[in-house]
Every structure is written in C-alpha cells, then in structure tokens.
Write a protein of this length. Structure first.
Length: 453
C-alpha cells in the first residue's frame, strides 16, 4: 500500500513537469516561436484577456517573433494575407476549418452556426443586404442622420458645445438597426437615451429582441419597407430553407449587436484619429466640402466617390478595427495543413489577429501612424511612394470566404454617409480628456468627446 501511495505521489509530481516538457520541447508546434511562459502556462493568456491587454500583447509578440506566433499550448496567431486565405476560405479542399465555439456562442445565429445552417441563414438574409436592399435602406438611414445632425446643431449653438460623440454614434446606429431589423425605431435620438430594455445588460437586450420577433410572428400584416424580419420570413413554409422561431430570435439579436456597435465603434475611431491628425482632418473636410454642393447631395453614391475620405475609413479600419482580435478556427484531423508556409497539426486553434496584422511593420510602413495616403491609388502605383510595398491585402476587417460579414455593404455605406455629413456640417476638435488609447476587450472602449462648432 505504501509503495502504491508513493508511486501515486511521484506520478502527481512528475506529470506536470512531463506535460510542460512536452509542450515546450516535444510538441508538434515546438518549432514555432512564441512566449514560453504563455505556452507552458495558459493562465497567462486569460490574465491578459481579463486585463484588456490581449490585443496589445499579441501585437508585441508578433513584433518580437514574426508573422506566426504560438501563444498557447495549441494556439497560433498569424498576420499574413496568405493566412487569411488558408484559414478562412476553402484553402484545404472542400471543407472549411470549423469555428472555435465559446461558452457564449449561440449555434442558432449566423455567426456561430455550423456551415450548413450558416448557408441557410445567409440565403434567407441575402435579400436584405443586396444592392436592391441598400436602395430601400438609404432613405431610412438618411432620416436618422438628419436627426443626429439636428441634435448636434442644437448642442453646437449652446454655450458649452461639447459632446461624447461615441454616445451619439451609438444612438444613431442603434436606432437605425432597430428600424432595419424590425421596422420599429428604438427612439434613442428622440429621447437622447439608449433604449432601457436593451442597454441595461445583454440579457435584457436578448429578451427584448426575442419579444419583438414573437410579436412580429403573431402579426398578419407588416406595412412599410422590407426589413430584416421580412427576409427571414421569406422561406416560411419551406422545411428545407425556413428559419425556426428560435433561429429568427437568435439572428435578430446578433444583427442588432453586429449592426450597431461595430459601426459606431469604427465611426468613433475614425473621428478620433482625424482629430489627432489635423492635416488629414483638413484634407478630408476640404474634399467633402468641395466635392458636394449641399447636405442633401450626400448619398450612398456621392460618398463612394470621395477617395481621400474612403482612404481615411480604410486607415481607421486598419489602426482601430472594431473587432481587433482573431476569429479562431481549429484544424481538423487527420493530417497537418499548411498555413502561410507553416505546418500546423490537427487540433490547433488558428487565426489572423487583426490588430497585430494591421499594426505590424512587416505589413505597413509607419504602422503606428494614421496615414490615409497609404490607401490612395498613387501609393499603389508609384514605386517611389513610401507605402508602395504595404501589404494592403492583409486588411480584411469584414473577414473573407464563405463566412465573411453579410452586412459589409450596408456598414460601408452607413459609415460613409454619417462621416461625410459630420464633416460637411461641423468643424470639430478633440477634447483634452480624450487623448488616451483604448484597451481592447472584444471591441475597443473609448470615451471620445468632441466639440462641434
């Protein structure tokens, strides 16, 4: 009995040492560079995540170790354009690499669904995000931007013309997505407050979204423009294509989150960086005001023809991506696969880390600076340009492949119109309280104040 106990104790003491030795020296990923402490002790990754430093730490690791970094026992981050193609498209035969699902994932929504359900959801929603759908949505968006400009004009005329522009962008995009999803605005721009049922916490948000979907399902008549719910209902009765009530609830909720918060985050980011870069702000303001004769002429079409403003939005997506982390996929048995020239064994979590890729000197000249000129046509064509060798293909804020963002065209049109109208109507400057850099959790957080004048 004593010998059995002694062997058990020795085994318990040796096992962690053997496990650590394997992770560091005998694991199939042992040749990939990375921080040994993180590889040996995964808790360091979670501490970094909780502290809001994971994106900053990953940027640092890539700057130190290069384009591929092993930052956990079975986790590898990449920052190359080829990695985007290898991980997120059909780069390995017909099978896509499956998503890594977390405890908060809902397999009934378009983001976390398996590939078959994702295709079904995407087919149902495609009408709402088509070119024809954008034409229907433009006057709805214009109405909410009208309200935003009106409210800011009232503040600009007050004795203290200071606003938290993050709040105003969120109110606008939140009201808009409520109307586009359900045909019912949330009333934030009218009440100047977030909808109480949605902003108290995520559970209330989900509950409200579910109730709104159920109400719509009970309704026999919907008047007004086609909205996202109409798209999800279009295959009702077709057992192979239709969405269940639970799936419609899950997708309505994810569309509200993805369609409002990410757009508002990018608008906050581009405003912040323009205010920190006066030369770029002057150039883009001059372009908008010289190219467009009146506020009413600012449309989806006219804003698509403003090269410097489009360059500013691209540069904001690079330096301030709404989702700065990586969209994890997992490699599948039985064989190892090649990702950006690296042999990756099955069972490995892989991703392109957006913030690290976009701020890497391996991909961009002067990556820590806001320089919209890198996105202008001349920079791509003139070999003497300092930005000629920038790896622009690595910028994929909406992802690529079969699971790329279905709402990217709407988001781009929305950002163009709101930014152009802000620049056309206001001279803005940055408050001193807003000069710190955000920490990255899932999205960036920043209390950005600006003064419309």
């Amino acid at each position: 009995m004593f010998y059995v106990l002694a062997i058990s104790v020795v085994f318990c003491l040796l096992w962690p040492c053997l496990s650590l030795t394997r992770r560091l020296y005998f694991h199939p990923l042992r040749d990939l560079p990375g921080p040994n402490l993180w590889i040996a002790f995964p808790i360091f990754r979670y501490v970094s995540l909780v502290r809001g430093r994971l994106d900053i730490d990953l940027r640092s690791f890539h700057n130190k170790y290069g384009e591929a970094v092993r930052f956990g026992p079975e986790e590898v981050s990449f920052i190359t354009a080829q990695a985007w193609r290898d991980i997120y498209t059909h780069g390995h035969g017909e099978r896509q690499l499956p998503k890594v699902l977390h405890s908060t994932s809902n397999p009934s929504d378009i983001i976390s669904a398996n590939n078959a359900d994702h295709s079904r959801f995407r087919r149902a929603l495609s009408h709402a995000f088509s070119a024809k759908g954008l034409q229907v949505q433009e006057p709805i968006l214009r109405g909410y931007v009208d309200k935003l400009i009106q409210r800011l004009e009232e503040i600009a005329a007050s004795p203290n013309p200071v606003v938290n522009i993050v709040k105003w962008y969120n109110l606008t995009t939140f009201d808009l997505i409520g109307d586009l999803a359900f045909g019912e605005p949330f009333g934030g721009l009218d009440s100047l407050e977030y909808h109480p049922s949605l902003m108290e916490n995520r559970e209330r948000q989900i509950e409200y979204s579910n109730l709104t979907v159920r109400k719509r399902l009970r309704s026999t008549l919907h008047r007004g423009p086609v909205d996202f719910m109409d798209s999800m209902l279009r295959y009702r009765g077709d057992k192979e294509k239709e969405l269940t009530d639970k799936e419609m609830e899950a997708n309505a909720n994810i569309l509200i989150i993805a369609g409002s918060e990410t757009t508002a985050t990018l608008l906050s980011g581009v405003t912040y960086w323009l205010l920190r870069t006066p030369d770029a702000l002057r150039k883009v303001s001059d372009e908008v005001r010289s190219s467009i004769t009146s506020d009413s002429d600012i449309t989806f079409q006219t804003t698509s023809q403003l090269p410097y403003m489009l360059a500013c939005l691209n540069e904001a997506l690079r330096i301030y991506p709404p989702a700065p982390g990586g969209l994890e996929r997992i490699t599948i048995p039985p064989d190892s696969i090649n990702i950006s020239g690296y042999k990756i064994p099955p069972g490995t979590k892989v991703s392109v880390h957006q913030s690290a890729a976009y701020r890497s000197p391996l991909n961009f000249h002067r990556p820590e600076e806001f320089l919209p000129e890198r996105w202008l046509p001349l920079a791509k064509e003139d070999a003497s340009s300092p930005f000629y060798n920038d790896n622009r293909d690595v910028l994929q804020p909406f992802s690529i492949g079969p699971r790329n963002c279905i709402g990217r065209n709407l988001a781009n049109a929305e950002m163009r119109m709101i930014l152009a109208r802000m620049l056309w109507n206001f001279d803005i400057e940055l408050c001193t309280e807003s000069k710190g850099e955000s920490k990255g959790f899932i999205r960036w957080e920043n209390a950005l104040d600006s003064s419309p004048a």
